[in-house]
Design a protein around this ligand. Sequence first.
Ligand code: ASP
Length: 609
Amino acid sequence: MLDFLGDLRRTHMCGALRAADAGKKTVLMGWVNRRRDLGQIIFVDLRDRTGVTQVVFSAEVNAAVHKKAEQLRNEFVIAVTGTVKKRDADTVNSHLPTGEIELVVDELRILNVSKQPPFLPGDTVLANEEMRLKYRYLDLRREAMQLNIELRHKVALAIRKNLADQGFFEIETPFMTRSTPEGARDYLVPSRVQPGAFYALPQSPQLFKQILMISGFDKYFQIVRCFRDEDLRADRQPEFTQIDLEMSYPQPERVWETVEGFLQSAFKAAGVEIKTNFPRMDYDDAIRKYGIDKPDLRLPAFTDVRDCFSPAEIETLAINKDLPVIAVRIPNVGELSRKERDDIKPLFISKGGARVFEDFKRIENKNPGAGEKIRQKTGAAPSDLIVLVVGTAQNAKDDHPAGKRKVTPAEAAIYASAGLLRIALAQKYADRHGIFKKTGDPAKDYRFLWVTNFPMFEYDETDRRWVAAHHPFTSPHEEDMDKLETDPAMVRALAYDVVLNGTELGSGSIRIHRQDIQSKIFHALGMTKEEAQSRFGFFLEALEYGTPPHGGIALGLDRIAMILAGADSLREVIPFPKTAAAKDLMVEAPTPVSEAQLRELGIRVVVKD
Ligand code: ASP
């Protein structure tokens, strides 16, 4: 049944033919997307990555070809030559770009056959995801996936072009390297020639890009794979792609401008015109207003309504008067039933003893004055949902190492509890408020934000020590340098995140470029001199050879593509992704390896049960 291409050359793509092509002799090649056999006439929708064209095999026009077409089945690969014909008015398919024409075939070559696939690219109901990932090559033939991968390509290309135009060089850095501290576990690669020694796959090219600044490539970027072995959540992949960049001598604003420039190009490639400059917000303000460092600006901010209650009311409601009383407002949720109000409770995750008043009606009834004031202060319409998140006595302890911060840990616990509830409620009632629906207006649909001035350190309660909030190469604010050892809680970092609709797209910082300060930071993080030397000795040495001030950022390409594709999983925009258990179901990786291979590497596997 197999046939040969011979002298045939494809003259058109399947999705490209239009009425103006009528009368043209054409060669098309592609897959049999669908076949309808009406006896004397057989219709095949022929598909390639550009779309489908209806091709017609008519017994009347060419009996031999019609006979051969009877063998065609789903996903056979064929070449046809024929003449483009305008369809009769009553058979025009207005849903199809090629719907005004069809190809009347006079030669058919069957280039390859296909087994009956477990699912078809044209199926309207999706196969389950395991099946899709196992037969990824079939899944990728689906139009939606073809469009996602095309979009990803266009976005990446636009970013490359924009950065190249801004004077950046794309420079590769090694995959087989040593551990980089981005806070996850490393994937390790054993060395055969040095048994017992391992390379680590990079969690990011962080140190290499800084070294490139020392090497004089003052504007570097790379669209690069990074590898992090972490417990996977819905929006994580063990290998993912970053748009990584670094530049010499920048103020943070220069980095932001650069990013805004390439994001504008990337979004344009997807047909979305976004406006720059993005608004900026201090980390402390983000926490106070939204309870999270990646606020979704499409939803209203919190209101502190502590002053709406009288001291007596505060007392009766057992509210901690020294802590914020947060009103979370979700627009247009409408009247909630008793049961719906009860359903709010399980959505509430209490941090540090924070409490929720999910039944605002009841508060209003018992405290009409306060209720009225709260409605006014929050600007709530009658159909808006209001819930209150308050502190209790448990929240009050502030002998915490970060107790002197502008937002104290006790306050932060309330803001964080309210922030999580705000998002959970907004998601639960998304159909009612409609805020997450695309409006076609980029200013409403894509709310970008720079979050700046993060704290330099976070306190790790379990290990009882300070850890780097970003990574240990981030520069502190000049004016906070003297507090590095005396008061680490109060040191702010020259770090920034770019956030879109509640998703962190990327994060970066101005780096430390002086060896003495870098050593101090390692020390503040509890690293001994010897430890710092053994892990980062090469880098500390490099810093001593005339390192220019520098800074940069990295953004997740997969995430950007996912948002632009309107997809709800990274797996929809990664050609060959892994499952939540970090498996590739198509190639069946990871796998055990042979004894011989292990022996050669000097490795023995001990399986824990
Ligand atoms: N290397 C950092 C990361 O992957 C980004 C940066 O600081 O440039 O998160």
